[in-house]
Design a protein around this ligand. Sequence first.
Ligand code: G6P
Length: 608
Amino acid sequence: MCGIVCYVGREKAKPILMEGLKHLEYRGYDSAGLAIQNKKHIDYYRAVGKIIELERKTNDLDIPGTSGIAHTRWATHGEPTEKNAHPHRDEKDNIYVIHNGIIENFHHLKKKLEKSGVQFRSETDTEVLAHLIAQNFDGDLNEAVRKTMSQLEGTFGLAVINRKTPGEIVVARRGSPLIIGVGEGENFAASDVAAMVRYTNKVVHLNDNELALLTKDGVSISTAQAKAIQRPTETVEWQPEDAELNGFPHFMLKEIFEQPETILNATRGRLEPGEGVPKLGGIIPVWDRLKECRHMVIVACGTSYYAGHVGRYIFEKLTEVDVEVELASEFRYQKLNFPPNTFIIAMSQSGETADTLAAIREASRKGANLIGIVNVVGSSISRETEAGIYNHAGPEIGVASTKIFISQLTILTLLALLLGRHQNLSLTDGVEAIKALTALPDQVKKVLSQDNHIQAIAEKYYKYNNWLYLGRKYGYPIAMEGALKLKEVSYIHAEGYAAGEMKHGPIALINPEMPTVAIVPKDSMHEKMINNIHEILSRKGPVIAIATEGDDKIKDMVEDVIEIPETLDYLNPILSVVPCQLLAYHCARFLNRDIDQPRNLAKSVTVE
Ligand code: G6P
């Protein structure tokens, strides 16, 4: 994963790079480093741990240079030590490189370099880049990087400076995100616009196998085959304050509380109440094929994958389309045999998840149609799919995904509704759905207003080391997502299970030390879930129930109930996930966990 940020201009580079790094820290946070060029001298610092450690090391230093590169790392090759932190250098300390991705042929390249006498200083794959670029440098840094690209297998977003060519930064990409920020008398590059949005909202996306030479006065992009590219800038919609805490103690909490707005953002301009048919401009290019589609596969990872699971049930309810949901990381290993006119929906917050990208590339090879449901505008998945729907949810910074899950469910509902209305779904059902969707933001607010109550429940249970989450049908993926949230941020072991499977194993675990979170809204599964709750209570297992307002049956049985307002059965997940998110958040807070940057995780997983 890792995050990279570069600056060349008239201002001192250090504060700009440090600020940029802080906004990329979600991408990796085990070590960080920077290299800043001042005429033919390069200042170079690295530190183990979070950005704050690098800040401590460099705070009192006045570094005058006005161009430089900086990196925050999520280790793949070599432990998170200072010697493995980026930037990496060639032997003569001329070339400094930062890199996001994996150089797959690095063993082979390293051996070759070692044979020619090169001494390595780190255990990373990245270091080969520094030595290769140095070997390939013949007065022109851009050409040296281009030549090096032809020797590499694997993925990279990289940035290079050279002591001998001050005022120049060369960036290149294959598979890892890299965006160029265009300013006046200054230019930027970064893994994510969040690192630059304070300084410019004009960006150019670099495509795979392209490189760019950045100076303060311009940006020249070319392909690996040396063809010059003219690409207009795009304007980024995000505001700098979107990436700030705005008074919340953590981004996770801020993003949970943003969810009423997230639903509005996902539906804005897309609802046609009278006809019960949503408008989704982004899929117009494929609409002729899509409306005939009877087979879809949703591919995704992590929280996006669980949203896909809910989506399957929603499509079953509203359309005639058969939907499969696949983990992107497994999808490629399957025998892909699609019926004609199959659509793949690639769903990803970042639009950069390597497994999801690899899955859609494979599906496209096999002739499937591709659409994306993506939050980050201009990201790789959005560009590699023929059409798509943006979440428009603004940046999600907490590593554990929250608001995007709700946004994905909203968008999947809109898509299913659109298709359903062109199939057998009646006007009445369509209108009812849009009415229910319109009510959701206020209903989510109502769930959020129980934050203190949920915090008190978390206080009661956070010391328990093992939790079970149970749900059926629409509630099953919420059980999995609820358990994932708890694991991610509190490090408590939790399992999400289909309640019907409890008797096939997990029931053996039930005892007074193991709380169960039961997702039990008033839907067609209600009675069966009540039976499961009885089975747990009779074995003295504590139960926390997420139930519909006014469900006295549940209140009579269970001590700890979190209520959600009544909605259509297939929209219940949008409400029932919110208490799960808050429970996880508060448990993590009681346990003093690093909520926005949990250990070993990263927000955007750009390695397979
Ligand atoms: C990482 C993040 C998760 C996220 C998953 C998929 O594991 O920590 O929060 O759900 O990647 O990311 P995507 O950007 O593809 O939705």
